[in-house]
Design a protein. Structure first.
Length: 530
């Protein structure tokens, strides 16, 4: 068997799909994968394969078994191995000569009696029983925790592992002090009808068995590839200039993170020739105290403390006033101070910004929380006359300005439209606060009245012979005497009394126009035709 992504080949034991020799970056095969760098090497003629196989069980537990029957097993296959009592089911994690190196690394002997036997490849009935026992582990763990709380034991049962045949169950727990769990074993054996084994583990082993996601966003190292736990001290954080905050430095196990040791050697090599931070520098301007160090750029920042007279307070020196200095310059000043000399200039470095900060423009408003609540403004519909004029390239505003008197000032189209909108809102009767009608717009005062009020002069007389601004003719204009001309009866072609010349000139015709002028010397008085 193999993972679903690579499908281990049956003839050579190497994965047929991903071809990375038994170690998948996706974690699809199993945890604690080992790269088999000897998989492509063939044994010399007449030499048998190594007879010890590494088998992995639940969590990070791995054990070694002797292949006494010389079975052809490959990485990823389920096998039945010797248990205590009965048999157990595990997955092959390593075969071949690479197992020999692992045994030597652990300090085991090849002929040790601790190495048990590998029976056979797992059968279908073995796999069904194995899956059935795995389904009971969660309920068994919760039941054991209730039993421990009932007895008042100060322990935490973190995991339960059933043997492949279901005859034994191992309970993993963590505790700070020694725990007497003899009564707990009796209760668990009577409740679950299995042989009970209690195994105490540390906080790091518990995190490795349970797994999880670290603060870096990746799976825990102890549950994926880390097998040995080294001592981690706070000095590792001091050498790397890290903040001594236990919340940031601790992992899920509550101990210091194992990754603090990963880069410690590089920092130790870099700080060998850097002066210690407790050395103070003496210059002609005053005393300089160390504040921080960039180890890999080899830059040290110092704060200049000027000389203060007795009784005066020393001024505060902020981070913006720190002086950056190279490590070589700091060494020179230390040598000069030992010789009793004080340099005039500290030799500050001029630091430049590494990169310009790129700005961000919210051009579409996606950062606004109320961007979906805004109402779209309705577009005003243009009148048919304005549409035709806009299509012809002629604005509708000049037509309005032409109808006004010659002495009136022309207004811009935007101002005219704004005044129109304001007048429409007032005509609709918009009401203000208190359900009172809004103040209506006052009528525009006549310019003649304004002039009459200001100067008391009479308005100018209208000009004669001025063309009318309205194209429509005026009908029924009264004469000078204020009386209308007599109405003609239909069918009456003659008149009893001929009209005077003044009435004839002002009498309208049937079409609404003025009657034609009479030529001099024409004595006939004919009425206008209807």
């Amino acid at each position: 068997m193999g993972c679903s992504s690579c499908s281990t080949a049956t003839d050579s034991g190497t994965p047929a799909g991903c071809r990375n020799n038994g170690t998948c970056g996706t974690g699809g095969c199993n945890k604690l994968n080992v790269y088999n760098w000897l998989s492509d090497m063939h044994l010399p003629a007449g030499q048998k394969a190594y007879d010890i196989v590494e088998v992995r069980f639940k969590g990070s537990r791995k054990e070694y078994f002797r292949n006494v029957n010389a079975l052809d097993v490959h990485v990823g296959e389920l096998v039945a191995v010797e248990g205590n009592p009965g048999h157990d089911i595990g997955e092959v994690s390593m075969v071949g000569e690479l197992v020999r190196f692992q045994i030597r690394k652990r300090g085991m002997k090849e002929d040790s009696a601790e190495i048990k036997q590998l029976y056979r490849a797992a059968r279908d009935t073995d796999i069904e029983k194995y899956n059935e026992m795995k389904g009971l582990e969660a309920d068994t763990m919760h039941g054991s925790r209730k039993a421990a709380l009932t007895l008042g034991l100060k322990m935490k049962i973190s995991d339960v592992e059933y043997q492949g045949d279901g005859k034994k169950a191992t309970f993993y727990y963590t505790a700070e002090d020694r725990v007497d769990f003899r009564e707990l074993i009796k209760r668990l054996a009577d409740q679950f009808k299995v042989r009970v084994e209690m195994r105490q583990i540390g906080m790091r082993q518990e995190a490795a068995r349970l797994g999880g996601i670290g603060s870096c966003g990746r799976e825990l190292c102890c549950s994926t590839w880390l097998t040995d736990f080294k001592v981690v001290s706070t000095s590792a954080a001091r050498y790397q200039n890290l903040s001594l905050n236990p919340i940031k430095l601790a992992g899920q196990c509550g101990k210091l993170k194992c990754c603090l040791n990963f880069e410690l050697d590089s920092y130790m090599d870099a700080i060998r020739d850097i002066p210690e931070s407790n050395i103070k520098l003496q210059t002609a301007k005053g005393l300089m105290v160390h504040r921080k160090t960039d180890i890999f750029k080899r830059i040290m920042w110092y704060a200049l403390l000027p000389d203060v007279k007795p009784g005066e307070d020393r001024p505060f020196v902020g981070a913006e006033q720190w002086i950056p200095m190279s490590v070589d310059r700091v060494k020179e000043i230390i040598v000069m101070n030992k010789a009793g000399q004080k340099p005039e200039d500290a030799g500050a470095l001029e630091l430049e910004d590494d990169a310009e900060e790129l700005g961000y423009d919210d051009v579409v408003g996606q950062d606004s929380l109320t961007r979906m609540d805004r109402k779209k403004k309705k577009k005003k519909k243009k009148k048919s006359g304005e549409k035709h004029q806009a299509a012809d390239g002629v604005s509708a505003q000049p037509a309005l300005t032409q109808a006004r008197p010659a002495d009136s000032k022309t207004e811009k189209p935007a101002q005219v439209q704004q005044q129109r909108n304001k007048g429409r809102e007032l005509q609709r009767g918009d009401r203000g606060p208190g359900n009172k009608p809004a103040q209506q717009q006052q009528p525009r005062p006549n310019r003649d009245n304004q002039a009459r009020q200001q100067g008391g002069a009479h308005p100018p007389a209208p000009k004669q012979n001025q063309p009318s601004s309205s194209p429509r003719p005026q009908q029924n204009q009264p004469g000078q005497g204020g009386q209308r001309p007599p109405r003609q009866q239909p069918g009456n072609q003659g008149v009893d009394k001929p009209p005077t010349a003044q009435q004839d000139a002002q009498a309208p015709s049937a079409s609404g126009n003025r009657p034609p002028r009479r030529t001099p010397g024409d004595s006939s008085a004919q009425a206008p035709t209807s």
